[in-house]
Design a protein around this ligand. Structure first.
Ligand code: CAA
Length: 472
């Protein structure tokens, strides 16, 4: 039987009737044990000012997968931790949805490899009644999985829970401008009725458009990216999804701004997709600026910054673009913005600074950051802005439940401190698949142990080494 811990607290605000909610009950994060600091050997070899990487981009350390790791093994690790933390049995789980854009197979669902690995621990056939499907939509796949699973869960009548796993290795060519925005990791979400952490308000604002900002044609191991264009696509899509969300939330009477109020006034935390921490600054500046235009804040902002540039008042489009970029820069330094950013956004990027981009799980690393820092309190509204290149955005909201303050922490900061720093040479060999031996031998983890002549991948659970035995 599933371990169902129901929240008996009535929801203090929002669109979530007590005892009928669905949402996130817990999460587990897996990060590889290797990292490369961006300041030091990497920055000097690439001829980049370390200040640009650490401040301009916002990443201190990139997580690096070892020779025995990939998106499937990392997904199995986060699911194993989620199951152990919650004393879940495989029979409790109705669906295992996986969001990934770095799956090792073009046809076989990554979740089947994950189930194969977990069955080494829980017994062969133990997951056979769980369905698994892979959601590929660049960095937004996991969020579409969450939306889809929330509808399934609302109608679920057998007491099953759902699992959603994000797992990715963010990989760009060596020496490219994308290289310092890599990373790797997995986040597993436990989805339940009457969840302990977050009840979804079931309002999803969407935006989709065909773009060439970032993609990975068949057979390529690294992404093709048009960097600056990808930033702009992200911002355009986020604004579109935000407007869609705001319209739906107002029509449903869930968010009802009074005179001078704006939609973001009703959010206590804003979590955005985090390809690199500076991007959440750009995203939140764009959303706050857009949302505050008709609000009481606009007077103070105009007093501080002067009027916004208006396209029709410029003969030359380039001059308009320059004026617009200048205004955006000044807005992101304004008192109103800095206060809102510090209060509602900044802390979501804490883990990403130490890990880098994990593509579709990055936004949930933002959630893990807030949870580990105990920044979320019962009754608060969290708004999520997910983005996937290609491109789509999804903006949705959830209300923090009473359990948010009692679910055990995960010790993530400590675990990140215990990782091993690797040399630039080892990083490059691992990146190019030329390092056959693991830097750290698998220890209490799932490991890729071989790929057979047909291309099928073999994984094994390698038990934790008995340190006393190894010393003898
Ligand atoms: N000290 C401090 N800051 C410095 C500096 C220094 N010495 N030198 C430069 N900077 C600042 C710059 O001023 C800039 O900040 P502002 O925007 O505030 O001016 C910042 O560092 C970045 O510098 P650049 O604009 O020169 O950036 P870049 O040319 O290195 O490219 C990038 C950055 C486009 C993100 C590139 O790394 C890239 O292509 N990454 C992969 C694509 C990506 O992550 N896109 C994000 C949107 S798409 C998405 O979200 C999906 C996904 O996950 C991939």
């Amino acid at each position: 039987m599933p371990v169902l811990i129901s929240s008996t607290e009535a929801t203090p605000k929002g669109n979530v009737p007590a005892n009928e909610s669905v949402g996130i009950d817990d999460l587990a994060v897996y990060v590889p044990r290797l990292f490369l600091p961006l300041a030091g050997e990497f920055s000097s070899n690439r001829g980049i000012d370390p200040g640009k990487l650490v401040k301009g981009i916002g990443i201190d350390r990139m997580a690096v997968v070892d020779a025995h790791e990939d998106a499937a093994s990392m997904a199995a690790m986060s699911l194993l931790e989620l199951m152990r933390r919650n004393r879940l049995c495989p029979e409790d789980i109705g669906k295992v949805y996986v969001g990934t854009e770095s799956a090792p197979d073009e046809a076989k669902a990554l979740g089947t490899y994950v189930i194969g690995m977990l069955e080494q621990i829980y017994g062969r056939g133990s997951f056979q009644e769980a369905s698994t499907v892979e959601f590929k939509a660049a960095c937004i796949g996991t969020t579409f999985a969450l939306e889809s699973q929330s509808y399934w869960l609302a109608g679920e009548e057998e007491g099953k829970v759902g699992v959603i796993i994000a797992s990715d290795v963010a990989k760009y060519p060596l020496f490219s401008a994308g290289e310092y925005t890599q990373g790797a990791g997995s986040v597993a979400l436990l989805m339940k009725k009457n969840p302990r952490l977050l009840a979804l308000e079931q309002i999803y604002g969407t935006f989709t458009r065909d773009e060439n900002d970032f993609f990975r044609p068949m057979g390529c191991t690294t992404a093709v990216v048009n960097g600056k264009h990808s930033n702009q696509c992200y911002l355009d899509a986020m604004q579109g999804a935000f407007d869609s969300f705001a319209g739906k939330a107002k029509r449903k009477g869930v968010i009802t701004p009074g005179t001078g109020e704006s939609v973001t006034d009703f959010a206590d935390h804003l979590l955005f997709h985090i390809p690199y921490p500076r991007m959440v600054e750009y995203a939140s500046a764009a959303i706050f600026r857009h949302d505050w235009r008709e609000s009481r804040r606009s007077t103070g902002i105009e007093r501080e910054l002067g009027p916004e540039p208006v396209a029709r008042e410029f003969d030359d489009p380039q001059k308009y673009q320059a004026a617009e970029a200048d205004y955006a820069r000044r807005f992101s330094r304004s008192q109103e913005f800095l206060q809102a950013f510090a209060a509602k956004v900044r802390d979501t990027a804490i883990l990403s600074r130490q890990i880098g981009n994990i593509y579709t799980g990055s936004i949930y690393l933002g959630l893990a950051s807030l949870l580990e820092m105990q920044k979320i309190h019962a009754g608060q509204r969290l708004c999520f802005g997910a983005y996937g290149s290609g491109c789509s955005a999804l903006f949705f909201s959830a209300i923090a439940q009473a359990g948010v303050e009692s679910v055990p922490l995960r010790g993530l900061m400590q675990r990140l401190e215990e990782r091993k720093q690797i040399s630039l040479q080892d990083y490059e060999l691992l990146h190019e698949g030329k390092k056959k031996e693991s830097v750290l031998a698998p220890n209490g983890e799932f490991a890729l142990v071989g790929i057979d002549e047909q291309g099928y991948r073999h994984y094994e659970y390698v038990k934790a080494m008995d340190m006393r035995a190894s010393k003898r």
